[in-house]
Design a protein around this ligand. Structure first.
Ligand SMILES: Nc1nc2c(c(=O)[nH]1)N[C@H]1C(S)=C(S)[C@@H](COP(=O)(O)O)O[C@H]1N2
Ligand SMILES: [Mo]
Length: 523
């Protein structure tokens, strides 16, 4: 009868809807179990988890424009956003698979198979190419199939007479209990995987690592490197505040005891060195400010630390570099690559294979157990974290990770300055106002910093002391301003006499240029 719904029809429809819901639930719980199993097995095997493997593949094959958009939108939270996106997609796809499974279980299992195949493909697309990652992928798929079978069996039968096995009766209870049990098992596996990777060999080997005294120590920082102006960036960036940029979705934690660095390629005497041997070498300290090429004018992807390490030049001399090897191609534990001009590393500057940062072993986020650091070059062409391999080659023959994606091959850090005080858009009392900030021109040194208010005349700021030419320098000055809104602009002059350009350039391909300008209100 059109327009009229009978009671039986209604219960039938409700029951159907309830079943669909249970199916979707079975699918999502299955996916959660898959992911958890993947995490756990990955932690046990010591490889990337399937979700991270897929994320790596996405990162590595994302077109440059999209990657930039993601960074512009989410900044350093881009990793979290990407991983959350993957998880959401997985949950939705799981729900759909679950619904499909009610009618066509085989299709759902085939869907799981497609998942597994995509995971395996991701392992081979992503950098690193640690084929052992296939193990957690397959384990996840197997656990998924098992859980799906379990959950499907618990979904009450559609054809059962009402009151016996209905979706609202004991049948549903059985399903809910099964789903809860699977979810609890997944939760336990997830927590366990965190515990295992957290207390894994990498973590304990960092705790156990004792840095030797430097053979060539630096004196303490000269008095007056830090002007201690409130709101001004400290001269030394504490490790926990140091910016982190890398393509790794989860922080690699290589085991220092098993770490080896191979030096090979266009050299006379290729060799390998392990951590014990490296720590036995005469290490030196260097104050170096590291900056990211993606840093915008006024941005904070820059930090300064006292590094402890062995001169890269000495390491290369030990290998005997061929005259035509113009590129040092470094590779990290997770397969990222970095190309540095050989000439720059050999020119006498403090280019280091670093093991220490501000008096402690490198934090995992900053490349434990060893990384390179080259004063004067942006990080993407010089500062390989979790380094495992150095191959001498030629720029004509090998292209590093970011160069392949449109970034520059050679990338010296631009002369740059930033206003920290007053904070942009802040309110300060009118009259005498303190202006302060930092300026940098690594390996050239900053000779002068000038500021001007409201496009007036340039005022020379006072510079703090610095231990050398490889760090940033704090600057400070005082101006008198009327109540109202004001602009502050800053420019640095480096020791080669070059004044920081006003010409605006985007970070890609070789670093942003232009001058930092902030506005504040005097009241
Ligand atoms: N293994 C690895 N090392 C890496 C990167 C990376 O993606 N992977 N990124 C580089 C970039 S772009 C920068 S700016 C510096 C940042 O070092 P930090 O995270 O210790 O500040 O690391 C460099 N070393
Ligand atoms: Mo960077």
């Amino acid at each position: 009868m059109p327009g009229v719904t009978t009671k039986t029809q209604r219960t039938g429809r409700n029951r159907k809807r309830g079943r669909l819901l249970l199916g979707a639930c079975a699918g999502t719980v299955t996916v959660v179990a898959c992911a958890a199993a993947g995490e756990l097995v990955a932690a046990l095997v010591g490889t990337a988890s399937p979700v991270v493997a897929v994320g790596d593949a996405v990162v590595d094959s994302t077109p440059q424009a999209l990657a930039e958009l993601a960074i512009a939108l989410f900044g350093t939270a881009d990793k979290v956003v990407l991983l959350s996106g993957i998880v959401i997609v997985l949950l939705v796809v799981g729900g759909v698979l679950g619904v499909v499974a009610l009618r066509r279980p085989l299709w759902a299992y085939a869907g799981l198979g497609v998942f597994a195949a995509a995971g395996v493909a991701a392992v081979f697309i992503g950098r690193g190419g640690d084929t052992r990652t296939v193990i957690p992928v397959l384990a996840a798929a197997a656990v998924g199939a098992l859980c799906l079978a379990l959950l499907l069996r618990a979904v009450p039968d559609e054809t059962a007479p009402a009151g016996v096995e209905t979706v609202s009766g004991p049948g549903r209870r059985r399903f809910v209990l099964t789903a809860l049990a699977v979810a609890a098992a997944a939760g336990t596996a997830g927590v366990l995987s965190r515990v295992i990777s957290g207390f894994g060999a990498g973590a304990s080997s960092r705790a156990a690592l004792v840095l030797p005294e430097p053979a060539v120590p630096l004196p303490p920082l000269p008095r007056g490197t830090d002007l201690k102006v409130p709101g001004l960036t400290p001269f030394t960036t504490p490790n926990r505040d140091f910016y982190r940029i890398d393509t790794a979705l989860t922080v690699p934690r290589p085991d220092a005891a098993r770490w080896r660095l191979r030096v090979h390629g266009l050299v006379d005497r290729p060799f390998e060195i392990d951590m014990a041997e490296l720590l036995d070498l005469p290490l030196r300290e260097a104050d170096i400010t590291l900056a990211c090429v993606s840093n915008q004018v006024g941005g904070d992807l820059i930090g300064n630390a006292r590094w402890l390490g062995y001169p890269l030049a000495d390491l290369l001399r030990r290998a005997g570099v061929h005259a035509d090897a113009d590129q040092i191609l470094a590779t990290s534990h997770d397969g990222w690559t970095c190309g540095t001009p050989t000439e720059v590393v050999m020119d006498g500057r403090d280019a280091l294979l670093a093991v220490g940062m501000n008096g402690e072993p490198l934090p995992h986020r900053h490349g434990f157990p060893a990384r390179t650091i080259v004063p004067g070059l942006y990080g993407f062409v010089s500062a390989t974290k979790w380094i495992t391999d150095i191959r001498l080659t030629r720029f004509a023959d090998d292209v590093a990770y970011w160069a392949e994606r449109g970034w520059a091959v050679e990338a010296p850090i631009h002369t740059m300055s930033r206003v920290d005080v007053p904070a942009p858009l802040s309110r300060v009392p009118a009259g005498e106002v303190v202006l302060a900030g930092v300026a940098w021109a690594q390996h050239r040194g900053v000779d002068a910093v000038e500021v001007r208010v409201d496009d007036g005349s340039w005022v020379t700021a006072e510079l703090a002391r610095v231990p050398g030419i490889d760090t940033w320098v704090q600057w400070v000055t005082e101006v008198t301003v009327e109540p109202g809104r004001h602009d502050v602009e800053v420019r640095a002059t480096d020791a080669t006499g070059r004044v920081q350009t006003a010409e605006r350039a985007e970070p890609i391909p070789s670093g942003a240029t232009g001058r930092h300008r902030i506005a504040f209100t005097a009241t």
